[in-house]
Write a protein that binds this ligand. Structure first.
Ligand code: FES
Length: 374
């Protein structure tokens, strides 16, 4: 939870789904106040609350394309089911996909923000995941309708000359982490900004959207683990092996947790570098402790280990328990506790919800034993 790494690189608010924890409380309060006084502020401000734009919309799948040679990543193009325009969005935004099974999953928008005709998302099949990606791959086809929520933006980009004092943009994508980065590249290119990118993956055939990226030529370096080994932090950031990235670089990155954690550590003492990141997987538990949860419906008692989330422990006995972001952002995993002491680790629930005993099982913890109304 205490994820802020100061002194360190400048991080915009919010830098990641997980980074909602890092949002400055004063900024959040100020934003809420402005939205109360000036309703238009909500649509103008990059400091959006996750709960905004929370109504559902029915969309139709109008295209389905394999975008990686290993055939494990598909892109879905979604249009309004009634033929209308879709809500506008900006690079870095994501939407919630409400699957027929009742699962909800978040996917970054990787199409063109300049059009309101369609959205595009991309989904990598994760065979041993929670079932959301396999459901998308195995059941959703062209012509199907599906509900979405959003878009919402937890990973906004501030472009040099348009809200950022940076002089160079460095994008770093790991595998399916390319999805929020794709529209950022388009924006940077359209505005003629100075940018470069490192794109990493296990192997060439696992890397999505390679064909689409050829338009950017040598601004993008593709590097795969099977051929080149793991990249160094200097290689990822495009900097000198001895002095690191040039001052004035703004880094936008999305990929596996070890890569993001490595970058954070590497840039810890570089306040002249902006680091903005988004995770696709849960952050590691920090300052964890063992505790137990008891389920009122079955009286089951489950131990939550110090290094795992309550959600992970719950899913061992009930794989169908709802969740989505796993980062304390979307609220899907909200459950009420009827007894015990909660260690809230989110910035999403309201005081009223907390007073009523609600908690987010993906990030929050407890001391001793917690009784859950499930
Ligand atoms: S799964 Fe999104 S807040 Fe817990």
């Amino acid at each position: 939870m205490n994820d802020r790494y100061a002194p360190g690189p400048q991080v915009t608010e919010p830098p990641s789904l997980n980074g909602r924890w890092q949002r400055d409380p004063a900024l959040r309060f100020g934003t809420k106040l402005l939205k109360t006084w000036f309703p238009l502020w909500g649509s103008m401000s990059p400091l959006r609350d996750g709960a905004e734009n929370d109504s559902t919309l029915l969309v139709r799948i109008v295209a389905r394309t394999k975008v990686a040679e290993d055939e494990n990543v598909i892109a879905l193009t979604l249009a309004d089911a009634n033929g209308g325009p879709l809500p506008m969005w900006r690079a870095g935004a994501h939407l919630d996909l409400l699957l027929p099974s009742g699962r909800m999953r978040e996917y970054s928008l990787c199409g063109d923000p300049a059009t309101s005709d369609y959205y595009r998302i991309a989904v990598r099949r994760i065979p041993n995941g929670g079932g959301g990606s396999t459901e998308v791959h195995d059941t959703l086809t062209i012509g199907d309708t599906v509900k979405i929520k959003g878009p919402r933006n937890a990973f906004p980009i501030a472009l040099p000359g348009f809200g950022s004092t940076a002089t160079h943009l460095r994008f770093i994508a790991g595998g399916i982490g390319i999805t929020p980065i794709l529209p950022m590249l388009a924006s940077a290119e359209r505005l003629g900004l100075n940018w470069s990118m490192m794109y990493t993956g296990r192997s060439l055939d696992s890397i999505p959207f390679r064909d689409e990226l050829t338009q950017y030529g040598d601004k993008i370096t593709i590097r795969t683990d099977d051929t080149h080994g793991l990249p160094t932090m200097a290689e990822l950031t495009g900097g000198s092996p001895t002095t690191g990235p040039a001052p004035g670089t703004a880094i936008y990155t999305c990929g596996p947790v070890p890569m993001l954690e490595g970058l954070r550590t590497y840039l810890r003492d570089r306040p002249d570098i902006e680091l903005h990141y988004e995770r696709f997987s849960p952050p590691p538990v920090e300052n964890g402790n063992d505790f137990t949860i008891r389920l009122t419906s079955t009286n089951d008692e489950i131990t939550v280990a110090a290094n795992e989330s309550m959600l992970t422990a719950l899913r061992r006995v009930n794989p169908a328990v709802p969740y989505s972001c796993q980062q304390g952002f979307c609220g899907t995993c909200k459950i009420r506790a009827t007894a015990g002491t909660i260690d809230h680790r989110d910035m999403t629930l309201t005081d009223t919800e907390r007073d009523q005993g609600y908690l987010l099982t993906c990030v929050s913890r407890a001391t001793g034993q917690l009784t859950l109304d499930i």
